[in-house]
Design a protein around this ligand. Structure first.
Ligand code: FAD
Length: 334
């Protein structure tokens, strides 16, 4: 890279940002360290400063100033990404979007909502509770919806609902020069124009900063039941899943951990589970369909050679077995 930010350019950008943001521009070492480390195992690499933005216009101002001074900008949601995405190897400005946390509209009849990028999936689902709707991407981390779109996140329910790629209908994005664009819309069947929305999903902040998202919502299923089953090998586990998908069972969540992961899970969660490939399965649907589909899944698992099947008899038991899966990486920080 031959256009690394020079100390004088960084200083000029920080001076211009300080005029606009006052005490929402942070240069203390703890703030910079926190914004340059995230959940990654890689050593922290700090930005030169952190800006706490509150509006799309402020994001545009930051990008305009930094582009004028050729200083890198690294958008920051909740900092939960695990592959070093928020690190600042060349310094620059960490653009903290966590204060952009307003739910702008919920259209219950149309089953969609528009939110600012710093809304977390937990906050959105809490807010939706009374409507009977929910947003399904469930990744076991405390993450913002902007960060989830930027990393094209998926989760345990992807088998049923898809990942962020399938669930984002439209975006407001600020481009690197400070220009603001809107992509997509609310219509489900529109094929008009370039599909810019999907260009930004998964671009990890390199093409622009997402400031607003329009998302699809779903109705809460009437019933749900979970089980966990262990298999002698990966082939048996995956063949069982293929058979279940081909039977059209109401599978809501499926997760697989291999033998090595199960050893780590036993050590971390103090469990005594077989250290062999294990599936977590949740079935959702009507009160009649769920026990039927879960029973069918158990039959398929037994036919596939399952060595242990644990059916969760109530919500507490289901939460316990899914907690074990979510803790396989590490428990959510907040
Ligand atoms: C315990 C745990 C479990 C996880 N499980 C899963 C899983 O099952 N499936 C999965 O897919 N992922 C999983 N992840 C990773 C997860 O997808 C990401 O951590 C999350 O999506 C990032 O959201 P964030 O708000 O923390 O973004 P950050 O970590 O702050 O940022 C992530 C990236 O997106 C960019 N970015 C952030 N906000 C914006 C924005 N508004 N506009 C443009 N760019 C932006 C950042 O610059 C960075 O490149 C897990 C992480 C943890 C810690």
């Amino acid at each position: 890279m031959n256009d690394l930010p020079t100390p004088s350019r960084v200083a000029a950008a920080i001076e211009a940002l300080a005029r606009l943001f006052g005490d929402r521009l942070l240069t203390s070492r703890p703030a910079r360290e926190q914004h340059g480390s995230g959940e990654s195992w890689l050593p922290a690499t700090m930005p030169d400063a952190v800006v706490m933005a509150q509006t799309t216009e402020e994001v545009a101002a930051v990008l305009r100033i930094c582009s004028q001074h050729s200083v890198p900008v690294i958008p920051f949601g909740a900092g939960s990404s695990i592959e070093g995405q928020i690190h600042a190897p060349h310094g620059g400005i960490s653009l903290d979007l966590s204060a952009m946390n307003r739910i702008l509209s919920v259209a219950a009849d149309d089953m969609d909502c528009t939110v600012q990028c710093g809304v977390t999936r937990q906050q959105l689902n809490e807010d939706l509770r009374a409507t009977g709707l929910f947003f399904p991407v469930d990744l076991g981390a405390y993450a913002t919806l902007g960060g989830m779109a930027a990393t094209r996140a998926s989760g345990t329910t992807t088998v049923r609902y898809g990942s962020m790629r399938e669930l984002v209908l439209g975006l407001t994005v600020v481009l690197p020069d400070g220009q603001t664009i809107r992509t997509g819309g609310r219509a489900r069947k529109s094929s008009a124009g370039y599909d810019l929305t999907h260009l930004f999903i998964g671009s990890e902040g390199t093409l622009g900063v997402i400031t607003e998202l329009t998302l699809r919502l779903f109705g809460q299923p009437a019933a749900r039941q979970s089980l966990m089953c262990s298999f002698p090998d990966l082939e048996a586990a995956t063949q069982t899943v293929v058979a279940a998908l081909q039977c059209g069972l109401g599978l809501n969540r499926i997760e697989l951990a291999d033998a090595l992961q199960m050893t780590a899970i036993n050590r971390y969660s103090k469990t005594d589970l077989p250290e062999s490939p294990t599936l977590w399965v949740e079935v959702t649907g009507s009160d009649v369909a769920v026990p039927h589909d879960l029973g069918l899944f158990e039959d398929l698992a037994r036919d596939g050679g399952a060595i242990r099947i644990e059916r969760a008899e109530d919500t507490d038991a289901a939460n316990r077995i899914w907690r074990i899966r979510h803790d396989a990486l590490s428990p959510p920080a907040r």
